[in-house]
Design a protein around this ligand. Structure first.
Ligand code: 5AD
Ligand code: SF4
Length: 335
């Protein structure tokens, strides 16, 4: 495993050696995954959220959002269409919307897993460890719970008083339960420092994550961070390339937020150490309202089109859209 000191990381984050960083990250991705890129189809089934994160367009206080909740049958239908189009992982994502009871989430998991041989990832926010344990027993395979920053003070500020240690405890519980676990941060939040980003990288790498997600901050006009500067694509690409150096076998997505800066943002990510893309397969009538940041889900395509566009993007770079579920390689490859 690559060993990098904090000072070296800071130098890379400052753009000290982009060519060296990106080519090493690309070689490591190739070593760990060959030509295969994993495609994860996301069903954003509810944009209702009870939280007030200062960076996010879905925050409860934003009355301009047209809120929706998909019913169980429609969620399963979107997942099935994505699986039929070739997706081998379905990510179920929502705001912190606790109106979905554990039984309803169970119904969704069972409905999807009963119809298709796919992995199911839960991205449902701060539900209890007991609920997550129940859903694991129902067949859910993975969880995504982002820390957004690994600094407890900053966490409290950007997430409006939420407790970092509670979130971290939940993340550790998910691992204990047996899930493959993903986490990550937003790169370039207001008042960020490269020193803090270096600490984020070291902290996340210490957690032994199966997936590390990091995308650039994009100011949303209807949030308290509306007039803050955007995070920047280069900083974000450096962050994910460094995450690859520190975590050769973890899954690292080229996030959709990259595309908000550069139409080829995700392509650049895949050429710089990332090995996953996550197209939205939320129905056309809803997807525009899943407006976490400006530009999110701007393209209006149906489920099958969304999967085939993602496959096309992968092929155009000379990669192969993996036919496997893309389970974590960390377990079998102790770094
Ligand atoms: N810019 C970039 N990423 C954001 N997210 C939320 N708001 C923003 C924003 N303004 C990310 C967070 C969250 C995920 C769903 O989207 O990391 O976990
Ligand atoms: Fe809600 Fe997640 Fe947005 Fe925070 S980041 S407001 S929890 S959807």
């Amino acid at each position: 495993m690559a060993v990098l000191g904090r000072d070296e990381i800071i130098n890379y984050l400052n753009g000290g050696n982009d060519d060296g960083l990106y080519s090493t990250a690309d070689s490591l991705r190739e070593y760990s995954f060959g030509r295969e890129v994993y495609l994860r189809a996301i069903v954003e089934f509810s944009n209702v959220c009870n939280k007030k994160c200062n960076y996010c367009g879905l925050r409860a206080a934003n009355s301009k959002v047209s809120r929706y909740r998909m019913d169980v049958a429609d969620i399963i239908e979107s997942a099935n269409l994505a699986a039929e189009a070739g997706a081998r992982t379905i990510v179920l994502q929502s705001g912190d919307d606790f109106s979905y009871s554990p039984d309803r989430i169970e119904e969704i998991i069972s409905g999807i897993k009963g119809a298709h041989d796919v992995a199911v990832t839960l991205s449902l926010g701060d539900r209890s460890a007991a609920e997550y344990e129940h859903w694991f027993k129902c067949g859910a395979d993975r969880c995504l719970l982002k820390l957004e920053t690994t600094n407890p003070d900053i966490y409290g500020k950007i997430r409006c008083g939420e407790d970092f240690h509670k979130r971290l405890k939940l993340l550790r519980s998910l691992k204990q339960i047996g899930y493959e676990v993903g986490s990550g941060i937003i790169v370039g939040l207001p008042d960020y420092t490269v020193e803090q980003l270096a600490d984020d990288l070291l902290f996340l790498s210490d957690l032994g994550l199966d997936m590390i997600a990091a995308g650039p901050f994009i100011p949303h006009p209807d949030t308290p961070f509306s007039s803050a500067a955007a995070g920047g694509i280069d900083l974000s690409l450096r962050f994910t390339a460094l995450a690859r150096l520190l975590n050769p076998f973890s899954n690292i997505p080229a996030t959709s937020a990259l595309d908000s800066f550069d139409p080829e943002g995700r392509e650049k990510g895949l050429q710089r150490g990332c090995n996953v893309i996550m197209p939205s397969v939320t129905p056309v009538s809803k997807r525009r309202n899943y407006n976490i940041y400006p530009g999110k889900n701007a393209v209006s395509v149906d489920v099958a089109d969304s999967v085939s566009r993602a496959e096309e993007l992968i092929r155009a770079l000379g990669f192969v859209a993996s036919a496997s579920k893309g389970s974590s390689r960390r377990m079998n490859n102790v770094e």
